[in-house]
Design a binder for this molecule. Structure first.
Ligand code: ATP
Ligand code: MG
Length: 360
C-alpha cells in the first residue's frame, strides 16, 4: 500500500526546475525550446519526465539528461527520478512522435529548393552587404532567388536594394517585393521607418514564422536569410521554423572576429544547421590610385580557420569604398558595376556557395 508524502512535489515545481536546464552552450532553456513532452509526479513524489530533443550533436542528449536529473533530484522531498529522452535529428518531415506531441519541427517551404542562412557572431562584419550581393550574383547565374531579412532589430536589406514598396496581400499571403529580379521580404517594408519596437523572443519567432509561412515565395532555387548578429532568438527561431540547408558565416580577418566566427559556427551546428562555409569580408584593400594591395586586417585568417574547423572556405571580399557606396545608394555593386574586381569576387563566392549546396 503506497503512503502519501507530506510535501507533494507539484508538476509546476518540476517545470520551474527544468527551466534552469539550458541547451548546452546556449542561454535558452529546454522548456522554452519545447523539448519537455510530459511531466508526471507519482504519489511518492516519483518524477517521470519525457523529453524530445532535436539536435545533430550526439553529446547534447546525454548532457541534457544529466542536467535534468541533477535539478530534479535536488527538489525537496523528491522520490525517484526517471528521465525518458528521445533524440531526433533534424529532418524535412516532422517525425510521427513530434507530430503527435505538437513540437515545433522545422519544415521546408513548398516550392523553395534550398534555404541558406547568413550569420556571424559579431555585428557589422558585412552580412547584409554579402546577402544582397550574393543574392544578385546567384540571380545572375540564372537561379530564382529570394531574400528574407530576418534582422528585425536593424533591417538593412531593403535600403541596400533601394526597395521601398509596401508588400501587397493576395489570397491571405504577403507578396514579396521584387527588386533586381530578387524576391524580398523585410520588417523594414512593413513598418514605418521611425517605428520603435522592443523585440522579445516570442515576437521574433512570430516574425520568422510569418516570413516563412505567410509569404508567397513562389518557386525559388534558393532563399537567402540575412540574420541579425549573434547567437540569439532569431537564429534559434529560424532553425526551429525552417529546414536550413546550410549556414554561411561571415567574418573579418582579425583574430577577435575569428573567435566570434567560431562561436557562430558552434551555435549554428547546435541548432542543426550544416555549415556551407566561411566568407572573409574586408579581406584586403586595393588602392584605387596605384593598384597596390594592402592586407589591412591581416588577410587569410578565415581561410586558415576554415581549414582548422574543416569547413569549406567560400572566398574573400575586398574592403572597397564602392561596395559601401553602392549599398548606400540602393544598388548592390554586383549590379552597379558587374565588371569591377569587387563584383567578380562576389560572383566567385556565389559560385562556391552553389557548388557546396549541390554537394550537400
Ligand atoms: N567589403 C566591404 N567594403 C567596404 N564596406 C563594406 C564592406 N562590407 C560591408 N561594408 C560596409 O560596412 C557596413 C556594415 O555592413 P553590413 O551592414 O553589411 O554588416 P552586417 O554584418 O549586416 O551588420 P549588422 O550586424 O548590423 O547586421 C556597411 O556600411 C557596409 O556598406
Ligand atoms: Mg545586417
Amino acid at each position: 500500500m503506497s503512503r502519501k508524502v507530506d510535501h507533494p512535489v507539484t508538476e509546476e515545481q518540476v517545470r520551474t526546475a527544468l527551466k534552469r536546464v539550458k541547451f548546452p552552450g546556449l542561454s535558452r532553456d529546454i522548456v522554452s525550446f519545447g523539448f519537455v513532452k510530459s511531466i508526471s509526479v507519482g504519489v511518492r513524489n516519483d518524477i517521470t519526465v519525457t523529453l524530445q530533443v532535436t539536435t545533430r550533436d550526439p553529446a547534447v542528449p546525454a548532457q541534457i539528461q544529466r542536467d535534468v536529473k541533477a535539478v530534479l533530484v535536488a527538489l525537496d522531498g523528491v522520490g525517484s527520478v526517471n528521465v525518458n529522452l528521445m533524440a531526433t535529428q533534424q529532418s524535412s518531415q516532422p517525425s510521427p512522435a513530434a507530430a503527435a506531441g505538437g513540437l515545433p519541427q522545422p519544415v521546408r517551404i513548398a516550392g523553395v529548393k534550398y534555404i541558406i542562412a547568413i550569420g556571424s557572431g559579431k555585428g557589422g562584419v558585412g552580412k547584409s552587404t554579402i546577402a544582397v550581393n550574393l543574392a544578385c550574383a546567384l540571380s545572375r547565374l540564372g537561379h530564382a532567388v529570394g531574400l528574407m531579412d530576418a534582422d528585425v532589430y536593424g533591417p538593412s536589406v531593403p535600403k541596400m536594394l533601394g526597395a521601398v514598396e509596401r508588400p501587397n496581400m493576395a489570397n491571405n499571403k504577403l507578396e514579396p517585393v521584387e527588386k533586381f529580379g530578387l524576391k524580398l521580404m523585410s520588417m523594414a517594408l512593413l513598418m514605418d521607418a521611425d517605428a520603435a519596437v522592443i523585440w522579445r523572443g516570442p515576437m521574433i519567432a512570430k516574425v520568422i514564422q510569418e516570413f516563412s509561412h505567410a509569404v508567397n515565395w513562389g518557386k525559388l532555387d534558393v532563399l537567402l536569410v540575412d540574420l541579425p548578429p549573434g547567437t540569439g532568438d532569431a537564429q534559434i527561431s529560424l532553425a526551429q521554423t525552417l529546414v536550413i540547408d546550410g549556414g554561411i558565416i561571415v567574418t573579418t580577418p582579425q583574430d577577435v572576429a575569428l573567435e566570434v566566427a567560431r562561436r557562430g559556427i558552434t551555435m549554428l551546428e547546435k541548432v542543426n544547421v550544416k555549415i556551407l562555409g566561411i566568407i572573409e569580408n574586408m579581406s584586403y584593400y586595393v588602392c584605387p590610385h596605384c593598384g597596390q594591395r594592402d592586407d589591412v586586417f591581416g588577410h587569410g585568417g578565415a581561410k586558415r580557420e576554415a581549414e582548422r574547423l574543416e569547413v569549406p572556405f567560400l572566398g574573400e571580399l575586398p574592403l572597397n569604398t564602392e561596395i559601401r557606396a553602392a549599398g548606400d545608394r540602393g544598388e548592390p555593386i554586383v549590379v552597379a558595376a558587374p565588371d569591377s574586381e569587387a563584383a567578380r569576387a562576389f560572383r566567385k563566392c556565389a559560385e562556391a556557395v552553389w557548388t557546396q549546396l549541390e554537394k550537400h
